[in-house]
Design a protein around this ligand. Structure first.
Ligand SMILES: [Zn+2]
Length: 307
């Protein structure tokens, strides 16, 4: 029997009773700003605790790096090649990613609210967004909408509730209001803007659901898009490259793009032949491939589309 995975976490218990709030980073091993943001939260709560001033109604659990084996590989996945965000709820006696998924799922079920922090990793660059599934329970959906708006990133994005294997699908099945966030990527190490926005965003949401007092507004939110179609929310399959080659983006994250609008070119490195790539949808450019080398079929771009 394989060993159970113990997630490394810190829990802060407030003076007053209240909900259990879970925040995770590092579900993918090549996403580092969530780790820094969660450490900044840990330092803040530790400092307040030392001053005897942890005014909190409830308890917060912080997990900076869920997928430790993937992190040590500097890759999205651990050595078994399974994407943790497609493997939940996992198995207690499976491969390393299945066991990590099992431990994460147990923790999510113990929570009353949940935020999962991501980035585009080493391959993609993503427009800053707070996302949620369009939950069938209107009370949970309302919580998720308020949490996503309070996080205060430019895009608030509700998508199909029918995606499985993710941290958010475990939360959906356990009726735990949950959001995920995306910001930048490229394994850039230290994007201070992403780290600060995540730190501030988490405090905003903790305040929104009543755990702490923290003045906040939703002044950075520019777009609210809800798309219940089953294709929505699955970023790694959209606008596949027509050929092997080098991708040159000709659009920027956050641009409004029309169906048929050019968003880039893929260039064959040997012949120099160029293939123009055009948007299949009208909406906001949400994701762009950041790694230039691309294989036929790899995703180049994704759009947040108002159906
Ligand atoms: Zn991720």
């Amino acid at each position: 029997m394989s060993e159970a995975v113990q997630l490394k976490s810190k829990t802060f218990q407030g003076d007053e009773e209240g909900p259990h709030f879970l925040i995770t980073g590092g579900v993918h091993g090549d996403e580092c700003e969530p780790i820094f943001a969660i450490h900044a939260l840990t330092e803040l709560f530790e400092a307040k605790q030392r001053q005897g001033d942890l005014a909190m109604r409830g308890r917060v659990t912080l997990v900076p790096c869920v997928n430790e084996p993937a992190f040590w590989r500097g890759a999205r996945t651990a050595e078994d090649g399974l994407d943790l965000a497609r493997t939940c709820p996992g198995k207690p006696d499976g491969s390393i990613t299945e066991r990590t998924a099992h431990a994460l799922s147990e923790l999510i079920r113990s929570a009353d609210f949940y935020i999962d922090l991501h980035t585009g990793g080493s391959i993609y660059d993503i427009y800053p967004l707070a996302g949620y599934c369009l939950h069938k329970d209107p009370v949970i959906l309302d919580h998720q909408r308020r949490m996503a708006a309070a996080f205060n990133l430019p895009l608030v994005w509700g998508t199909t509730p029918n995606l499985n294997g993710r941290s958010l699908s475990v939360a959906r099945d356990a009726d735990v209001p949950a959001i995920y966030c995306e910001y930048g990527g490229r394994w850039s190490g230290q994007r201070q803007d992403a780290t600060s926005a995540y730190f501030e965003g988490c405090l905003n949401v903790l305040a929104e659901v009543g755990l702490i007092d923290h003045p906040h507004d939703a002044g950075q939110v520019r777009h609210v898009v809800e798309d219940p179609r089953d294709s929505s929310g699955h970023l790694q399959v959209q606008h596949p490259s027509p050929i092997d080659g080098l991708f040159v983006p000709l659009a920027y994250l956050g641009d409004l793009i029309e169906k048929g609008g050019v968003f880039g070119e893929v260039i064959d490195p040997f012949s120099g032949k160029r293939e123009v790539v055009r948007s299949l949808q009208t909406g906001i450019v949400l994701l762009l491939r950041a790694m230039p080398t691309v294989r036929k079929g790899d995703a180049l771009m994704a759009v947040a589309e108002n159906p």
